[in-house]
Write a protein that binds this ligand. Sequence first.
Ligand code: PLP
Length: 419
Amino acid sequence: DTARDAYRARNPRSAELHAAARATMPGGNTRTALHFAPFPLYAARSAGARITDVDGHDYLDALGEYTAGLYGHSHPVVVEAVRETLAAGVSNGAPGPADVALARLIAERFPAVEQLRFCNSGTEANLYALTLARIATGRGAVMAFEGAYHGGVLNFGGGAAMRAAMDWRVERFNDPAIGDRIRAAGDRLAAVIVEPIMTNAGCIPAEPAFLAALREACDATGALLIFDEIVTSRHGPAGAQGLYGLRPDLTTLGKYLGGGFSFGAFGGPAELMARFDPFRPDGLPHAGTFNNNVFSMRVGAAALERAFPPERAEALFADGERLRCELNAICAGLDLRVRFTGRGSIMAVHFTADPILRPDDLPAQTEERALLHLDLIEAGLYSAPRGQFALSLAMEAADMAEISTTISAALERRRALYP
Ligand code: PLP
């Protein structure tokens, strides 16, 4: 436990805050993904691609707010839009011009989204999309995949995962026989929800044939195909649906699209989304005090239009592909049974050289991961405890090189752990 002792000694102010937090929040925590032992770092401030903790250490931020931090910290476009928003006033209780602008920008970008509605989080977006699918089809069952994470109450990981009460059919990701499984559920199945590249469960891309089989079987049975693009929408100009060349029925969005403020959205064909049209006597009510909160709308629209145009999305995707290949080449060169999976600017490290097609191909490796994470912190790289890394637009070539050298040095230091 020398790594943890050193961590404690180095971070006294974070330790104090965590001890105080434990009095009023269980385990001192209000966001499970930010917890790690012995205690998380408490952030004091951030700028560009760097974050500073309350003990005064600087880190290169490769956690990237679990991908919501696409713009990095204090991007000039974001700062300007925040100032304008504050100056113009908040909590208006009325639609604003930015709602229209952001909806148009998103609909232009994602081919399957003709119309959309905003909400407050990715979890909410998925709950609404699933509920809409059940109402629109008049069916009850919904299919998801083992290990998937679609939000706080839509967690298909192991352990004590929380699950919204629905008639769930949980199948295996990248199962070549998935078409048969969907057809077997037949006219009971309202929807299949899938993240085209599983993020939380280890950055595992779907095989193109798997997604194509989902599309085909959903068409055959009348179930709606929902792509959870809350994370993957950053992958290129049109998200994962663009990458794979497939059109889901419903798309859910979140994370960076609020410009760093809370965000969720779900959308699809105008005909389906018309269920929510309040002009219709049978229009479904979808309220939500902060559905169009002015920060998410105004900053989200400005940032998407000016800081993340399609060509920037393409460039970031290419940067990530390069970095992941480089990391894998380094591991091969060091003769380590370690590999990096993912697509584009989001990747995860795994201590295995075997093929990874689905979460149950991943060994648990809790301690290896925890030690690598603490090692990286010590070396000035802030990342997700589960071994996930995300690039941001604030990173330059030198920052990406720093990620690669810091990770490879840490792996080499502890190579005995990774046979
Ligand atoms: N879906 C995916 C794939 C996610 O990664 C997340 C968040 O991590 C969510 C849904 C839930 O989004 P939120 O945390 O905004 O509720």
